[in-house]
Design a protein around this ligand. Structure first.
Ligand SMILES: [Zn+2]
Length: 259
């Protein structure tokens, strides 16, 4: 095993970009991460990121009213507005005066901004993330094959259908791949594993997988998603595990090729 290099830029960029998170110290191999007082508005941004990742808010959907959100989150109006200001600045939320707020993009949703210019450093983080995702998501797929309801299976198959139907330029602003994985996480019916799974999915998006391997042919990814769905639908947990592991093997291969 190689010792972590404290000057490794991937360690620094990751710890800065993940602000308030149960696994925020993920990329710090020594287990230590800088501590800072979290801001309430960042907590809201991260919650919205999770709502999007789990499909509880979808593209172009209108957010509940300020009053309703204040009650749910138990925060003041300025805190709420600060969170939405961050999302507006990133083009993720559109606010219409008197008309409410709408989700306009599901791309890069987090309090921190990823550093796209440092993809090489991100690659190392991404490889570690995928290692973790392979472990967690093969278990999630196994459980989903046992526990998924018909409705869950419908939610898992929807992103696959959309990828086939939509034009590549429309896919740029959507994270259908993330939604596919998040739907499996939900179908496993284990809230603890689901939380870990969706956090890891979101982090993979943050480190810039799309940019890193320059995915333009989204349909090609489907050849790895379809067997996972088929195994879950066939109620075959062992096949679901194999199909999940194959998917992550392929992803690692893509990053290596992008070297
Ligand atoms: Zn995938």
């Amino acid at each position: 095993m190689t010792r972590p290099d404290p000057k490794d830029p991937s360690v620094a960029s990751q710890s800065e970009s993940v602000l308030i998170d149960p696994i925020a110290s993920l990329a710090n191999d020594d287990g230590f991460a800088p501590v800072r007082a979290p801001r309430l508005s960042e907590e809201i941004v991260n919650q919205i990121a999770n709502l999007v990742a789990t499909g509880k808010i979808s593209l172009n959907q209108r957010f509940p009213s300020e009053r309703a959100l204040q009650e749910k989150w138990r925060v003041s109006r300025p805190v709420l507005r600060e969170a939405f200001r961050v999302l507006e600045a990133q083009g993720i939320v559109e606010s219409r005066p008197g008309g409410g707020r709408f989700l306009r993009s599901t791309r890069v949703l987090d309090a921190g901004r990823p550093n796209w210019s440092d993809l090489r450093a991100n690659r190392d983080v991404l490889m570690r993330l995928w290692e973790a995702r392979e472990a967690v998501e093969s278990k999630l797929a196994e459980l989903a094959a046992i526990r998924a309801t018909e409705e869950d299976i419908e939610k898992i198959s929807r992103p696959i259908q959309l990828i086939e139907e939509l034009a590549p330029e429309d896919l740029e602003d959507l994270d259908l791949n993330g939604q596919f994985h998040a739907a499996i996480a939900t179908a496993a019916r284990n809230p603890i594993l689901e939380q870990i799974g969706t956090d890891l999915i979101r982090k993979s998006g943050q480190v810039g997988f799309k940019h890193l391997v320059g995915v333009t042919n989204w349909a090609a990814l489907q050849s790895f998603h379809q067997p996972i769905l088929d195994a879950i639908r066939a109620r075959d947990p062992a096949a679901a595990v194999v199909a999940s592991k194959l998917h992550f093997d392929n992803l690692r291969e893509r990053v290596r090729e992008a070297d």
